[in-house]
Design a protein around this ligand. Sequence first.
Ligand SMILES: [Zn+2]
Length: 534
Amino acid sequence: MELTFVGADHEVTGSCHFMSACGKRFIIDCGMEQGPDTYMNQDIPVDAPKIDYAFITHAHIDHSGLLPLLYSRGFRGEVYCTDATAELCDIMLKDSAHIQEAEADWKNRKAARAGFSKVEPMYTSQDAENVLKLFHPLPYHEKIEISEGLFVRFIDAGHLLGSASIEFWLSENGNEKKIVFSGDIGNATKPLIKKPEYISEADYVVMESTYGDRDHKQPEFNDFAKALSKIMTETFDKGGNVVIPAFSVGRTQEMLYFLRKIKEEGLMERHLDFPVYMDSPLAVEATHVFNENVADCFSEEALSLINAGKNPIGFKGLHVAVSSDESKAINFDKTPKVIISASGMCEAGRIRHHLKHNLWRSESTIVFVGYQVPGTLGNTLLNGAKEVRLFGEDVTVNARIENLPGISGHADRTGLIKWAKAFSPAPVSYFIVHGDSDIVDDFASDISKETGAKAYAPYSGDTFDLLTGERIREGVPAAPAKKKAHRLSSNVFERLVAAGKRLLHVITGCEGMANKDLGRFADQINALADKWER
Ligand SMILES: [Zn+2]
């Protein structure tokens, strides 16, 4: 019964934990690293074909985004998550694959001009389609036997539609242990979705610590709606547009919730019939997923609206743009309007067209509602840039730029400590992950003081024996390797090696098969080897 830390250790993104228990090998989350990379992640300790299950806490790409890569390396096991997570992964993994393919295309056009060889995408749309067929959605709150001695239960983490903390009951040779993975813990003041639930029993807890060092200083729910109403009134008075860059899944639906509230409660003195354009095919699909998972995931307030016959994220005057013609038409129409588009940090996507059409207009306003990573166009605009480059053109910034951070999706320090202290009695150990390197160690010692339990912030590669609670292998923190110029093409070689390993795995499983079949299989492998041996 072992637990190995793989990703999001002394880092925020790339969540992945590996377990070997009850005769099975499985991972909890399979996330892509995004943004700054502090430490190299160790590989999952076994090859992809030998992994029996992947359990996914929620659909955010830093928790699910490498599943298609795992498939391309030979994973054929089962993927377990909640219904809503499976539905969101269906659109998000396909979207992520498109991004990988588009990036490779762009690099290949550049490489062709420079005379370099072609690169391959990290994974393809086909890999995404294939791994999605391995998904087995499970309901919240039901303790389910996955295999002999291995039980799981998904509990609402209140972070994103479908998000979960996962409880595992492990029974091996008469020894029983319970381990809980927090996933991302939600913020109880977030609108639309349910609040995070608490768990009271565990021997071990693996928990996130994104905001382990601070409490949110964010507007109260109603203050946010009022602040947004004021900006909209002032902008519409001048005849301008309000452009909101927002992530398609989660933040966009939250904005729809606020805009509906503003209209319904008459929070603006005039212009209340303002039109809203949701311009992102992904956001449109995600909004459908939200509307299909109401009973399981919506907050009491949102459910009471539904019971009163209202859609919490729908209203008169909401238009959606799916095709690029529909998107272009938005800027031909001169009616002052709200435009919500992706990406949330203005790095790619249709939002860049809307910025091009509105940044030069002094009557328009750009409202940022989420964190803007330094170096992104969103961050540049927030820092007061007077001119930015879009589609090869310099665009003067005359528009008003506003920062109105929405309600965070993550629990703050007080929320995290409350979640950790719900375990009674305290577990043997807490493992603190998913936080910046300078936060996790301090938060671990705080949790230890608060609960009296051991708490430890692991590095990638650290392995613990869950029967004794002792660390049996130490991960060595290593700085990330400098990006190789052709990192993507080396990925194709890794893929081939993985395919070879998978073949060996299949061969081993053939022991005992009829000699006739074994002979035929050997002939086919030899024919393939003859074809490729150089
Ligand atoms: Zn998340």
